[in-house]
Design a binder for this molecule. Sequence first.
Ligand code: SF4
Length: 76
Amino acid sequence: MKPKIVHKRKDCIGCNSCVLLAPQTWQMDTKEGKSRLIGSKEKRGLFVGEIFPIDLEANKKAAKACPMHIIKIENA
Ligand code: SF4
C-alpha cells in the first residue's frame, strides 16, 4: 500500500516549507497563497493523495517542518 498524505489545506499559510523539502509532491499556488498536494483529491475539506515510497522521507520532513501541523502521513 502506498503512503497516503492528508493536507488540511484551508489552514495553510503558504510558508513554502513543504514545497522546498518535497517539490515532487508539493507546489505553491501563488494566487491563493497556499500549497497544493500534487495529484490530490478533496474529501470533505481535506486533500488526500498517495506518494511513492521513495518520496516518503522528504514528505516526513515536510510534515515535521509545517508550522501549522496540517500535513499528515498515513500507511507509512
Ligand atoms: S509547510 Fe504547511 S503551512 Fe507551509 S506551505 Fe506547506 S502545508 Fe502550508
